[in-house]
Design a protein around this ligand. Structure first.
Ligand code: 5GP
Ligand code: ZN
Length: 150
């Protein structure tokens, strides 16, 4: 994808502060970090978001690419803990409604140094189900959709 900024970063056409370069994934510092050491982990292959990653129909290469991305996210979280001594949030935005601004799959790994506050967007209780039936219907819809997406 010639016009995709993360394809161009992965390919080395646009400079970035890379911290990992693998066969199928790269990781680099976010240009507008939420915290010190905020990283983005992206596949070299272009998928527009997490919902676009193929499931059981994936080729071996697609599976390997997704596996490498997940493994680098795991390693980046461990690195954030080791380097900054606190914790880390992993954030993935699928779709504009979720805040996605770059249409190439990426996972944010955001270090949360020791002594910092848990960011307000991660405090639970922002949504309340109307009643038990609403909760059960929501779970049923998601259960069916997950089974289809696997
Ligand atoms: P999103 O909102 O799509 O989940 O996140 C996109 C992220 O990409 C943002 O945090 C933004 O700062 C970062 N970003 C956008 N353009 C560039 C760029 O050219 N280089 C780097 N390193 N990060 C970028
Ligand atoms: Zn791309």
């Amino acid at each position: 994808m010639d016009d995709c900024i993360f394809c161009r970063i992965a390919g080395g056409e646009i400079p970035s502060a890379k911290v990992y370069e693998g066969k199928r994934a790269v990781a680099f510092l976010d240009a507008a970090p939420m915290s010190k050491g905020h990283l983005l982990v992206v596949p070299r292959a272009h998928w527009k978001d997490l919902a676009a990653v193929p499931g059981s129909g994936a080729t071996e290469e697609e599976r390997a690419a997704y596996a490498e991305v997940c493994d680098v996210v795991r390693a980046a979280a461990r690195a954030a803990v080791e380097v900054f001594g606190g914790g880390a949030n992993v954030l993935q935005c699928t779709g504009e409604e979720a805040g996605q601004t770059v249409g190439h799959l990426h996972f944010h790994v955001i270090p949360r140094p020791k002594g910092g506050k848990v960011p307000p967007e991660f405090v639970s209780g922002a949504y309340r189900y109307a009643d038990d039936a609403d909760r059960a219907a929501t779970a049923a819809a998601l259960r069916a959709a997950i089974a289809k997406a696997l």
